[in-house]
Design a protein around this ligand. Structure first.
Ligand SMILES: Cc1cc2nc3c(=O)[nH]c(=O)nc-3n(C[C@H](O)[C@H](O)[C@H](O)COP(=O)(O)OP(=O)(O)OC[C@H]3O[C@@H](n4cnc5c(N)ncnc54)[C@H](O)[C@@H]3O)c2cc1C
Length: 419
């Protein structure tokens, strides 16, 4: 059976970036990708706005992917396409079960694994929208794939539920293709997309955004005929007499993304219900030694540049793990968060292996203006930072260098509004 030093599962931006950073001519690395090409979700994101930080240029998704793919080719890093990982188990080594048309089911072994399987979109079942079950209701990402990869227009009169970035981008894309996008409804009192996408994809095209609204009825026997929305109050209770009905043939759902980590099932990895993925330390290593998780498989990112930066770290530390220079006895402390924060990455700091700055990413639960981020350890403030504006759609980052810590105990991140 083939044995690798590093097996990277998923050939999107995260997998490619991790492979490039892990590259060493003495190591046997492979990338396993279930689709026919490398690049992942970037292949269907034909709009620009990618790469400003990593490549210092504004690229489209496929251009960004191609830059990474070209480097993978230059370094001759091995990859397998049309090959799906269906299970992972660990004894001494990781035993990875794969399937493809050529070989059927087969196994490979690897000393380390970097899981970069991306995320999937929530569907109608996740939020239980009442009404009929006609054709014409799909996720915004599926519509993006139909249009940008397969060349099919999904509808003529379109309504979008959820103001996530994919929905906003599709509002503009479908308008440019000649569709009539009647509006976007968002249950929260603010948008869940990046501000630049609200401006460039809705405002610039006069597409109305109905904040604090949700879909309360869907009509249509075979094909979708209409969608009714209604306002909600601050307790998400429906406000009477605020219904609006739109005659549409298509409803796109852009209601959230979930890390795709089904492969953990056998591994019994420590799991964070807030991110719906693995708990990791500052090296992106999970509770299973040698198993690293990064990119959208770990937490959903706004920008591909952040995916690349994070995944390079996973690649670098997979290599360090193989060199056996890491202290075996981890000394794990938690990064705790207060009630204003949705989730944090990493959730743990391994103080026995603290060798560089710890970069912490978090999202808030709601919008705030003039905020102070306070980090404490042993009830003493070890770092403070002011932020003018934060929103759940925009991931925040803060760095701690090893000299900030005053002990090896847990740290707490809390937020307070500055008057
Ligand atoms: C619609 C949309 C618009 C975006 N717009 C922007 C933007 O304007 N600017 C920006 O900077 N960022 C944007 N982003 C964010 C950024 O593109 C993504 O966060 C990033 O590309 C995700 O990379 P990833 O490798 O983690 O996941 P993916 O790209 O999803 O890659 C995961 C890969 O894993 C493979 N895989 C999954 N399971 C298996 C398995 N079991 N076996 C083998 N292979 C498997 C998949 O086929 C896929 O290729 C956008 C994202 C989306 C979805």
């Amino acid at each position: 059976m083939m044995t690798y030093d590093i097996c990277i599962i998923g050939g999107g931006a995260a997998g490619l970036s991790a492979a490039l950073e892990a590259y060493d001519p003495t190591l046997n690395i492979t990338i396993i990708e279930r689709s026919q090409s490398l690049g992942g979700i970037l292949n269907q994101c034909i709009h620009n706005g990618f790469g400003l930080h990593v490549f210092k240029e504004e690229l489209t998704g496929p251009e960004y992917a191609q830059r990474l793919i070209d480097q993978v080719h230059q370094l001759n890093i091995h990859y397998a396409l049309d090959t799906t990982v269906i299970d992972i188990d660990k004894q001494d080594l990781f035993n990875i079960k794969l399937t493809n048309i050529e070989k059927g089911e087969f196994n490979i072994l690897s000393k380390t694994v970097i899981l970069t399987t991306g995320c999937y979109e929530k569907t109608r079942g996740h939020i239980s929208i009442p009404g009929d079950r006609p054709k014409g209701i799909m996720t915004a990402g599926s519509a993006q794939r139909y249009l940008n990869i397969d060349g099919y227009m999904v509808g003529k009169n379109i309504f979008i539920l959820g103001s996530g970035d994919i929905g906003l981008i599709m509002a503009r894309r479908l308008t440019l293709e000649g569709a009539n996008v009647l509006g976007v409804a968002e249950i929260m009192p603010y948008s869940n997309g990046l501000t630049r996408n609200i401006v460039q994809c809705l405002h610039d095209f006069d597409i109305p955004l109905y904040l604090s609204h949700t879909v309360v009825d869907i009509k249509g026997k075979e094909n979708l005929e209409s969608v009714t929305i209604q306002q909600v109050d601050s307790n998400r209770q429906l406000v009477p007499n605020t219904q609006k009905t739109f005659l549409v043939d298509t409803l796109l759902l852009s209601i959230g993304l979930i890390p795709d980590i089904k492969l953990f099932d056998h591994l019994k990895i420590d799991y964070d219900p807030k991110t719906q993925s693995a708990i990791v330390n500052q090296h992106l290593e999970s509770s299973i030694p040698g198993l690293f998780v990064c990119g959208n498989a770990l937490h959903v990112h706004d920008l591909v540049d952040d995916v690349t930066i994070e995944s390079k770290k996973a690649g670098r530390y997979a290599k360090t793990y193989l060199k056996d220079t890491k202290k075996k006895n981890s000394l794990l402390a938690s990064i705790d968060i207060d009630q204003h924060i949705q989730h944090v990455i990493p959730q743990h700091i391994d103080f026995a292996n603290l060798d560089e700055d710890v970069e912490i990413s978090f999202r808030t639960l709601k919008k705030y203006q003039h905020l102070e981020v306070v980090i404490t350890q042993d009830k003493k403030v070890i770092r403070k930072s002011k932020l003018a504006y934060v929103a759940p759609a925009e991931m925040q980052k803060i760095k701690l260098n090893p000299s900030h810590f005053i002990s090896k105990n847990n740290i707490l991140i809390s937020l307070s509004e500055v008057k």
